[in-house]
Design a protein around this ligand. Sequence first.
Ligand SMILES: Cc1cc2nc3c(=O)[nH]c(=O)nc-3n(C[C@H](O)[C@H](O)[C@H](O)COP(=O)(O)OP(=O)(O)OC[C@H]3O[C@@H](n4cnc5c(N)ncnc54)[C@H](O)[C@@H]3O)c2cc1C
Length: 517
Amino acid sequence: MPASPPLSDSQLKALAELGEERSADVGETLFRVGDQRYPFIAIVEGEVAILDPGGHEIVRHGKSKFLGELSLLSGQAVFLTAVVTQPLRYIAVDRDVLRALLYEDGPLSDLVLSTFIARREALQRVQDVGLEIVGPRSSQATMRMLDYLRMNRLPFTWHETEDGLDPSSLPLVRLPGGPDLLAPSTGQVSRALGIGRELGPREEVDLLVVGAGPAGLGAAVYGASEGLDTLVIDATVLGGQAGSSRRIENYLGFPAGISGTELTSRAATQARKFDARLASPFRAEALEPGGDRHIVRLEEEHEIVARAVLLATGAQYRRLPVADLSEYEGVSVFYAAGPPEAQACGAARVAVVGGGNSAGQAAVWLARGGALVTLLHRRADLRETMSDYLIRELERHGVAVRDRSEISQLHGADGQLEAVTLTDGERLPVSFLFLFLGASPCTEWLGDVVARDDDGFILTGAAASTDLLLETSVPGVFAAGDVRSGSTKRCATAVGEGAMAVQLVHARLAGAVLSGK
Ligand SMILES: Cc1cc2nc3c(=O)[nH]c(=O)nc-3n(C[C@H](O)[C@H](O)[C@H](O)COP(=O)(O)OP(=O)(O)OC[C@H]3O[C@@H](n4cnc5c(N)ncnc54)[C@H](O)[C@@H]3O)c2cc1C
């Protein structure tokens, strides 16, 4: 568990004004695994030990330190137990009061948020903390549940088998300190943990945003702060693809880069500050356009009626079907080759996977930066999928091309790749891997309700025969971010489009049609 920085005297004073000063004796328990609620605890004097569910000590916190991790803000059940080890004086601040304070106090918010995020990352590496999942690798429901927990950065332990379990009721999900759930949906697990907002069977809002990636969160902040009753739903986890990026280097205002979790957690906190409602996991399953009211149907029979809908469901980059891929993503496995990646690679051995022009361009770009590049693709001849000029460029820059090559295994440690094994058993030393396997938009659920391009991305503006730049072929339904045909697949663009969509929503709701300028 990383050492957390202390609170300053002035921060302790600010907390004391809003919280309650309390004391506790040695041996007293401040909160225990499974508790649904606990306050923010700032230590004035004394010491507290943090224990895992088996009673093993993980860390101790003393004077001026604070307890808690992300569960405190999200309202999740607690994963750990806190026991007093030296006579304690502390300030207890209720979760809702703390949240309000974090909105107002930038430095405190920086300290608390970054510590909570670091603690959650550390918890994910501690054995036997969090949820326990039982189900075999061959069970799709089990693998979906594991994916969901990983995406939500929830700590868990996974066992493939356990005696006496009925195979039809897998996975078994054991909640921290709580009941066992048999074959639950991700929504049931999420709500049993206390995360995520309950939605009524029918909700009416001004703006429904489908998808809580950078585009959706951008729209939530601008929509809610500009007077629209805004609801954002997401099928998996708040933050979208950006949330899974280890380090975003090209986002304006963060010269040292920022982790995707931190950027999107901050965005979600900011959206909530303006009273946007964020609800997950709720998957949109159908859009039924109306004149001035549209209906979006969600799984588990929820129905949202909205005056305007923003589709911000993003695209899913095709990933390699290999174990432990997520451990390397963002550190030594990338889905885009830009200047930061080229710089990181330097003269290293790099493999680019894919047979299309995007893979070719990346390979040339990386080779020009000094990397030793091998391009791996599945077909017999690269000319089937890549432009001739690029194939000549690959030769010119010394890129080695390997036909009929697929990766079956990754090797390395702490996110740093060292080698890959190909399906024919050959092992190649590789320090960085770039995947260009294409991206598919998350638009299947829309059917032909809105016009889409040949690859399924949503058409907007002139391409959808409307004057409003981000409006789809259905008046009052907008699209922003990666899901939009022709968009630049970048975080900043997605946020910008989300913000801009809100202005166009206002225009549509006011009955005014702008020229798009
Ligand atoms: C590993 C990785 C690293 C990256 N690094 C960078 C980087 O360094 N810099 C950069 O600029 N860009 C980076 N990108 C690209 C960037 O993350 C995307 O361009 C950006 O996230 C797009 O935002 P979005 O909101 O349009 O979509 P997304 O982030 O894809 O979010 C869409 C959301 O919609 C939800 N959704 C989908 N279908 C439904 C449905 N039916 N119902 C409800 N919800 C649904 C999804 O669960 C998801 O949360 C990276 C991408 C990846 C995968």
